[in-house]
Design a binder for this molecule. Structure first.
Ligand SMILES: *Cc1c(COP(=O)(O)O)cnc(C)c1O
Length: 392
C-alpha cells in the first residue's frame, strides 16, 4: 500500500458514532463506573482520546512503537532531555536549532548536564567526541538554515557501539522524506508546527520512540511535566497529516525547481539545497532521504544585508516571516530574524552570512514562485543601482 493510502486508512473511524472525522474530546476528566474502573481514560493530562489518535498515528508514520504529542517542538525536545541525569553529556550537531541550543546550554547546563557541539557532517567527529559521560547524541539533518546533512546510518552505528541514546530532530525532512529509526535512531522529535501540521496555524511537538521501554519513559515524563497538546490542536495536526505525503512530494518538487532557478541568477553566490548535485552532502542525502524537502537557502555575491533585506521585502508570494513547512511560501533573513541572537562571528562560522536568505517553498505553482523571486531580485538590484548613481 502506498504511504498516502496507509495514512488515510490508518486514521480510525469513531466507533461510537461512525464519525469519519476524529472527534474532538474537549474534556478534562472522564466519569468512572467504580473507583479505578474506566475506559482507559481518567484525566486528560494523562490521556485524551483525540491526542491518542494523533500519538498512535505519529508512531506509525515514523515506524516507531510509541508517539507522544506536546504543546510545542521545544516541549518535545525538553521531554527527551529529561531522560538524562546530572553528570550526563550530550553530543549535539553544531548548527543546531537555536531554541534547542538555548534549552541545552542555558537551562540544562545549570542542572549539571554538559553539551559538546560537533560538525556532524563527518560522523567521525561524533565518534571522537564520545566519552564515558556521553548519554545522548542529538542530530538534525538537514540542518537549519544551511541544510547540512549528517550520515544517519553511520551515527546510528556509533551510538549502538557505545550504547548511547541517539535522537534525531526530523523536523526539516518530515517522516515522509526520512525515517531515522530505520538508521538506528532511538528517539525522534518533531516540531509538528512545521510540515506535519503544514498550515502555519498552530504550535505542536512530537516524540516518537523506537522501543516500548523508551516509550514508557517518555510517557512518564509527559504526564509528570504536563506539556501536553490540547485536543483541538491534536485534531488540527491529524487533519494536517491526512495530506502530509502529498504535500511533502509537492514541496520538494517546487523546491527543486526554485533551487535550480536560483543557481542561474548572477547575483546569487551559493544555493543550498540537498537536491542539487552541487550540494556538499548530496550523495548522503540521496541515500537516506526519499525527498529533499522544501527549504532552500541562498546567499549573494555581495554580502550586503540591505540588498538581501530588499529582496525578502520585495517578494509578494513569499511572505516575510519566521517558521517553515506551511502550504504558503515564506522567506526570511536569518541574520535579522531567526539567528539574530547568535554572535556575529559564530553566525558566520555556520555559514549564516548577512546576505543569507532562507525560503520555505510552499505549494503555490513553482513557475509563479520563480517569477516572484525574479522580480524581487531585479527590483532590489535596481534600487541599488539608483542608490549608487544618486551617490555619484
Ligand atoms: C521550529 C523548530 C523547533 C521548535 O519547535 P516549536 O514548535 O517552535 O517549539 C525545533 N527544531 C526544529 C528543527 C525547528 O525547526
Amino acid at each position: 500500500m502506498q504511504e498516502q493510502t496507509q495514512i488515510l486508512n490508518y486514521i480510525p473511524v469513531d466507533e461510537l458514532t461512525g464519525s469519519i472525522s476524529v472527534p474532538i474530546y474537549q474534556t478534562s476528566t472522564f466519569v468512572q463506573e467504580e473507583p479505578g474502573v474506566h475506559k482507559g481514560f481518567d484525566y486528560a493530562r494523562s490521556n485524551n482520546p483525540t491526542r491518542k489518535v494523533l500519538e498512535d498515528l505519529a508512531a506509525k508514520l515514523e515506524n516507531g512503537t510509541n508517539g507522544y504529542a506536546f504543546s510545542s517542538g521545544l516541549a518535545a525536545i525538553d521531554a527527551v532531555v529529561k531522560l538524562l541525569k546530572t553528570g550526563d553529556e550530550i553530543i549535539a550537531v553544531d548548527d543546531i536549532y537555536g531554541g534547542a541550543f538555548r534549552l541545552f546550554t542555558h537551562i540544562y547546563e545549570k542542572f549539571g548536564i554538559s553539551i559538546k557541539y560537533v560538525d556532524a557532517t563527518d560522523a567521525q567527529n561524533v565518534a571522537n567526541a564520545i566519552s564515558d559521560k556521553t548519554a545522548l547524541i542529538w542530530i538534525e539533518s538537514p540542518t537549519n538554515p544551511t541544510l547540512k546533512i549528517a550520515d544517519l546510518r553511520a551515527i546510528g552505528k556509533i551510538a549502538k557501539e557505545h550504547n548511547v541514546l541517539f535522537c534525531v530532530d526530523n523536523t526539516f525532512a518530515s517522516p515522509i522524506a526520512q525515517k531515522p529509526i530505520e538508521y538506528g535512531a532511538d528517539l525522534i522529535v518533531h516540531s509538528a508546527t512545521k510540515y506535519i501540521s503544514g498550515h502555519s496555524d498552530l504550535i505542536a511537538g512530537l516524540v516518537i520512540t523506537a522501543t516500548e521501554e523508551l516509550g514508557a519513559k517518555i510517557k512518564f515524563i509527559q504526564n509528570a511535566s504536563g506539556a501536553i497538546l490540547g485536543p483541538f490542536d491534536s485534531w488540527l495536526v491529524i487533519r494536517g497529516i491526512e495530506t502530509l505525503s502529498l504535500r511533502i512530494k509537492q514541496h520538494a518538487e517546487n523546491a527543486q525547481k526554485v533551487a535550480e532557478f536560483l543557481t542561474t541568477e548572477k547575483l546569487i553566490k551559493n544555493v543550498f539545497y540537498p537536491g542539487l548535485k552541487t550540494h556538499q552532502n548530496h550523495e548522503i542525502a540521496k541515500s537516506q532521504q526519499k525527498y529533499f524537502g522544501g527549504v532552500v537557502t541562498f546567499d549573494l555575491v555581495i554580502d550586503d544585508k540591505e540588498l538581501a533585506s530588499r529582496i525578502v521585502s520585495g517578494t509578494k508570494l513569499f511572505k516575510l516571516a519566521e517558521s517553515l513547512g506551511g502550504v504558503k511560501s515564506l522567506c526570511c533573513l536569518p541574520c535579522e530574524m531567526t539567528h539574530k541572537s547568535i554572535p556575529v562571528e559564530k553566525r558566520y562560522q555556520s555559514g549564516v552570512t548577512d546576505s543569507l536568505i532562507r525560503l520555505s517553498v510552499g505549494l503555490e505553482d513553482a513557475d509563479d514562485l520563480i517569477a516572484d523571486l525574479k522580480q524581487a531580485i531585479e527590483n532590489a538590484v535596481k534600487v541599488n543601482v539608483e542608490t549608487a548613481s544618486s551617490l555619484n
